[in-house]
Design a protein around this ligand. Sequence first.
Ligand code: UDP
Ligand code: MG
Length: 338
Amino acid sequence: MPDISIIVPVLNEEKSIGLFLDTVHPILGDMAFDYEIIFVDDGSTDATSAVIHAAHESDPSVKLVRLSRNFGKEAALTAGLDFSSGEAVIPMDVDLQDPPELIVEFVRLWRDGFDVVFGQRVARHSDTGSKRISAGLFYRLFNHVAAHPIDENAGDYRLMSRKVVNDILKLRERNRFMKGLFSWVGYKSAAVPYERPARAAGETKFSYWKLWNFALDGITSFSTVPLRIWTYIGGAVALGAMFYTAIILARTLIFGRDVPGYASLMVVILTLGAVQLISLGIIGEYLGRLYVEVKQRPIYLVGATTGLEPENAQEQHVASQMNTAETVSLKNVVAGRS
Ligand code: UDP
Ligand code: MG
């Protein structure tokens, strides 16, 4: 069993993998422990898997889980955690935006007794202004409504002890906002500050539309405030309506009937219609996620593996869902099938 598992989700990264391995190998090699580098190919359509396969031929510490299609980075990370066997696990991006030098410090703090050591971005020079602003707004909102705040400057780059990883793997929800799950489990953690460099090669895989949906996933997964808030908005609107009714009633009684009223009627109808549609939309956001959740589909499907036992992930997945007696019989089924 290796001491450290590095998990690298990759989507169409044929250009980045060589550079990544050339940078990471010397650093890990100097540290005198066993390690494995598990690439999770998240449905690449380029030569990503072939490049990783070739790397495995000359170096068995490089391993590959190929998902059957693109499941998204959060699912790919989960697959990597499922297949990892190290005493400590470090998820990393392949584009070298997570500086590998930090691993030395991560490991030192882990040996000092921290269960989680995360990289803390001190500067986001590599991000565009609009990305910095939208990210800032998202974290302000998230930390306002979520019960468990997340560090605005922490990404997925971190070291987690086996204990923490096993706890995270117990959370099998389909809408996976990994940053939120990482923070939800708690444990004693330390931060290592670093400056986030620009991408070494290739292009970002996250468009603004993807990031917007990611933000919705994050907030709906960790807060029900957007649902509950409508009780209060409804109450406030009802209170306003009561006052307005009283004013109209008094005016009619004092000044008599007043026919013109097109403008005020339109305003009330449109405002109330908009408020109702927004609240329905928010209910829809939650209902849609609930629908995905009740179907209980697997978080990802494995197409093939290189250097790893295919059963690993299944067993952990099964074990986390069933009680012990059922797990034993299901394990046999899985073993019999493979
Ligand atoms: N990635 C992935 N699946 C996806 C999108 C991204 O596995 O659907 C991987 C990608 O290959 C990279 C990491 O996630 O290793 C981070 O992606 P990227 O650098 O594009 O994100 P950014 O740094 O721009 O936020
Ligand atoms: Mg990147």
